[in-house]
Design a protein around this ligand. Sequence first.
Ligand SMILES: [Zn+2]
Length: 94
Amino acid sequence: MVKKRKVPMRKCVVCQEAAEKKDLFRVVRSPEGEVSLDPTGKKNGRGAYLSKKESCVKKAKDKNLLSRHLGVAVPEEVFDQMITELGEQAHAAE
Ligand SMILES: [Zn+2]
């Protein structure tokens, strides 16, 4: 029998959909105020979660949702990084 482990769920700041951490991007603001993508989920700082969906990444960028959530401006590169990662995943699934 497979034991079900309780998985912590997080909410996307855009669509408010709850998902497992591994299915979300974590964008973190370090104590120094630097914003970066956190692929490990272990960086220190205030984090915001985003679905691994292009629509959510784009909406977050268009509406400045991440900046609002983190209280600092989010650099363009962070969004680019997420879009790139999504593109790579799409390829891997082909
Ligand atoms: Zn979402």
